[in-house]
Design a protein around this ligand. Structure first.
Ligand code: NAD
Ligand code: UDX
Length: 443
């Protein structure tokens, strides 16, 4: 098939590349000229496992192309995907300016009938607005071209995006048009293990299903974090509690890892957007408000634990931070707990030595650009030199079994604050290190 992918970010680039991988002809479009010229020159703007090789191979094979010219892309395509950002607006709603701008451009430049697939995460009713925007442009041109809107939300996770896309748990197709459903099934056929993976529904339900999935996962995380805070106070161990409840198959182990709060480009904005949609319809989404509030509080928890040990004034203190990305496997720092933590500590006078396997460029170039009291190290052990404590914020694999002797030797203090519960108290005790984790009271 011939596909135009409008928006070449995390989702657009991964989706476009994976469709090219199965032999489709894909043109990825973006308004960001720098991004497109870098991609054309073989430089992949994000870190995502396996993506770089897949992009280069498909580009070399001629299945994948990049352009800033939407007209050219639409000319060559019979399916066009909208995969632009839907960031949080000032009032918490999803900002639809990029989606609607893309829709107007489609209407303005499409030169033959087209399937228009919305892959961006959008509030219920957006499909209708996209339809209206395209129709308005076609009317202005006096055009009788036909198009159909399909909702096809994306469920990939960063850090595992290509694998998630290539073997999806489900492919949701929001459409009541048999021809559109057939086209989508044909496109996704190479990725599915059985026909049951296809889940067909109306556009509105598909739009809401995406928010429902993210809200459910965020709820699990805030729930376990709430329990962690209770466990700590009553003298229980959240790690054992987690084990106890996860063994119930109705609950399961996934997304009940206690931590220093969820970040990323999806959960924070999508929970907010669903709260806003609900309130637009006169409904107060109290559970979701609590999920959000618990997370906002949880993001401050490491800072609080550090102040409890070192006091309010952190002047002269040095902290080693392991992990800046919002999760392992990515260089993405959108809404990362590391950002608010580092801002909090440096505002109290501390100095930071930070190490992350992939996200240092993102931190230095954007999210922590204005912070002078931070230095970045080439490896995890160098960050510990003369530090009063180690703070683990992101659970990269290389932090799972570090050389504790090396940690003990390099740290000048004896504390490890662990926002992701990676270690065992007993192991650290052997090295004379005090271990402060989530959901376990320090005796
Ligand atoms: P992103 O910010 O990484 O990329 C969006 C891209 O769209 C940018 O490169 C931007 O320049 C481009 N763009 C904006 N307007 C454009 C236009 N008119 N024409 C062409 N390009 C345009 O965003 P993302 O993380 O890929 O997210 C895209 C959508 O997918 C969002 O709705 C998001 O909620 C959803 N989503 C994201 C993930 C994820 O893990 N990142 C997962 C599932 C769903
Ligand atoms: C999420 C959804 O998982 C994915 O399906 C959707 O398409 C996009 O949003 P992503 O944001 O890439 O994916 O990462 P995810 O693995 O879900 O983690 C999000 C945040 O939750 C991270 O900050 C992570 O550290 C945190 N988390 C996750 C926890 O704190 N505890 C957990 O048990 C799981």
């Amino acid at each position: 098939m011939k596909i135009a992918m409008i928006g070449t970010g995390y989702v657009g680039l991964v989706t476009g590349t994976c469709f090219a991988e199965t032999g489709n002809d894909v043109i990825c479009v973006d308004v960001n000229e720098k991004k497109i010229s870098e991609l054309t020159a073989g430089h992949i703007p994000i870190y995502e496992p396996n993506l770089s090789d897949m992009v280069k191979n498909n580009y070399a094979r001629g299945n994948l192309a990049f352009t800033t010219d939407i007209k050219e892309a639409l000319n060559k395509a019979n399916i066009c995907f909208i995969a632009v950002g839907t960031p949080m607006g000032e009032d918490g709603s999803a900002d639809l300016q990029y989606v609607l701008a893309a829709a107007h451009e489609i209407g303005r430049y499409m030169s033959h009938d087209m399937y228009v697939v919305d892959k961006s995460t959008v509030p219920v009713g957006t499909g209708e607005r996209v339809r209206a925007a395209i129709a308005e442009e076609l009317k202005k041109r006096g055009s009788t071209l036909k198009f159909d809107i399909i909702s096809n939300p994306e469920f990939l996770k960063e850090g595992n995006a290509c694998a998630d896309f290539m073997t999806p748990d489900r492919v949701i197709i929001g459409s009541e048009n048999p021809a559109s459903i057939d086209v989508m099934k044909e496109l996704y056929e190479p990725f599915i293990r059985s026909r049951e993976v296809f889940i067909i529904m109306d556009v509105k339900s598909a739009e809401l299903a995406k928010y429902a999935a993210n809200a459910m996962l965020a709820t699990k995380i805030s729930f376990i974090n709430e329990l962690a805070n209770i466990a700590e106070r009553v003298g229980a161990d959240i790690n054992k509690v987690r084990h106890g409840i996860g063994s119930d198959r109705r609950i399961g182990y996934s997304f009940i890892n206690p931590g220093c709060g969820y970040g990323g480009s999806c959960f924070p904005k999508d929970v907010q957007a669903l709260i806003k949609t609900s309130s637009d319809y006169g409904y107060e989404a109290r559970l979701l408000q609590a999920v959000e509030a618990v997370n906002a509080r949880q993001k401050k928890i490491l800072g609080k634990k550090i102040v409890n040990v070192f006091g309010d004034d952190l002047t002269g203190k040095v902290f080693a931070v392991w992990g800046l990305a919002f999760k392992p496997g990515t260089d993405d720092m959108r809404e990362a707990p590391s950002i608010s933590l580092i801002r909090e500590l440096t505002s109290r006078g501390a100095k930071i030595k930070a190490y992350d396997p992939k996200a240092v460029g993102t931190a230095r170039g954007f999210y922590l650009k204005d912070i002078d009291a931070i230095t970045y190290t080439e490896n995890k052990y160098a960050a510990l030199e003369q530090a009063d404590a180690l703070i683990l914020v992101t659970e990269w694999k290389e932090f799972q079994s570090p050389d504790f002797m090396e940690i003990q030797k390099r740290l000048r203090g004896k504390y490890i604050f662990d926002g992701r519960n990676q270690y065992k108290v007993k192991t650290l005790e052997k090295f004379g290190l005090s271990y402060i984790q989530m959901g376990v009271r320090v005796e």
